[in-house]
Design a protein around this ligand. Structure first.
Ligand code: PHE
Length: 344
């Protein structure tokens, strides 16, 4: 057995001398020093030898194992140097090449639009107030002059939670009530805020409606606020948002929490007012619902409606982004398809 071991040793050393690649080197290591390698197996077989031969064999086998391990390390280093030199020579680096571009994220188109909207309203003296996404039924409906079972509740298909009376807000209007209580100083202080945020409706998805979308609510409460203030303010917003040349129109409408109520359209920016699928061939795109705050709502916010008045509006930033950028389907916004998002 010792003889066989010695010849394995000689053979291993001879083979090692001829190896010039790390692949072959590791194959060699596996064959001689690996778990099932020749030297390892020989060492393991020591126990089967007659007692008086064991010590000498074991000692020699260990010596050989260590010698081969050293030889391996030496060869490995040599090959490594060699391969490094070779790769440097082959792949000369052109330091004048431009660097590889690191992909960077960008802001979501809805976020970009929201930020524009905040900036414009901030210039016009409106503060951002954040109200909650999870609302109670009272604030979302009843305090906004929509009592339980009132048919107007049909205007908003609601997501309910498992807790009775706790819902996802269907619009940002409940923020009006909260802002009046938080900022109104018991009905003694004027207010000028916008309330942006996500709203949720249990609706059929379509190119024009999503089950979640942003709204930017606006609320102004003061002593002498009139319908003309609302019209002028919205018109000024539209001028800054869409440009002075874009026409804006106001239509009479109905909301339980405003009286009178209007809806605001801006000229379709895709077709310039000529009519196209995005504006359903009307030439106009709706951007907001608005109106004078209903006396009942002022009262629910702690204000005396005989002394105070106000206006409110709720705009759809996704609709605006669609109009400005020619996006034909609102569902793109939350699909997170990079091919869509990367265009902004
Ligand atoms: N909350 C209304 C909606 O979701 C919009 C609106 C806000 C209308 C404020 C009037 C005043 O449709």
């Amino acid at each position: 057995m010792l003889e066989q071991l010695e010849s394995t040793y000689t053979q291993a050393l001879a083979e090692l001398e001829t190896i010039t690649h790390s692949d072959a080197l590791h194959d060699w290591e596996r064959r001689y020093l690996g778990k099932k390698g020749a030297v390892t197996l020989a060492l393991r077989a020591t126990g089967q030898l007659p007692k008086d031969e064991r010590a000498a064999f074991g000692k020699r086998a260990n010596e050989i194992k260590n010698a081969l391990a050293d030889a391996f390390t030496g060869r490995e280093e040599m090959i490594r140097q060699h391969e490094l030199a070779q790769s440097l020579e082959e792949g000369e680096i052109d330091v004048t090449l431009p660097g590889r571009r690191v992909p960077t994220g960008g802001l979501h188109p809805a976020t970009q639009t929201l930020r524009r909207i905040y900036a414009i309203w901030a210039e016009m003296g409106f503060q951002v107030y954040r109200s909650r996404d999870v609302e109670d039924d009272d604030t979302n409906f009843t305090l906004l002059n929509i009592p339980p079972h009132h048919p107007a509740r049909d205007m908003w298909d609601t997501f309910h939670t498992t807790t009775p009376g706790v819902i996802l807000r269907t619009h940002t209007s409940p923020g009006q009530i909260r802002a009046m209580h938080d900022y109104g100083e018991n009905g003694t202080a004027p207010i000028r805020v916008i309330l942006p945020g996500m709203c949720y409706r249990y609706e059929q998805l379509s190119a024009r409606s999503e089950i979640q979308f942003n709204q930017v609510e606006g609320l102004a409460v003061g002593r002498h606020i009139h319908m003309t203030d609302l019209k002028g303010t919205i018109a000024e917003f539209a001028r800054r948002m869409f440009g002075a040349e874009k026409r804006v129109r106001f239509r009479g409408s109905y909301f339980p929490f405003t009286e009178p109520s209007i809806e605001v359209d801006v000229e379709c920016m895709i077709c310039g007012g000529d009519g196209c699928p995005v504006c359903k061939y009307t030439g106009w795109v709706e951007i907001a619902g608005a109106g004078m705050v209903h006396p009942v709502v002022l009262q629910n916010g702690g204000y005396d409606p005989t002394e105070w008045s106000g206006f409110a509006f709720g705009m759809g930033p996704e609709r605006m982004a669609m109009n400005v950028n020619g996006i034909k389907d609102i569902r793109y916004f939350w699909q997170n398809d990079l091919r869509f998002l990367e265009q902004f």
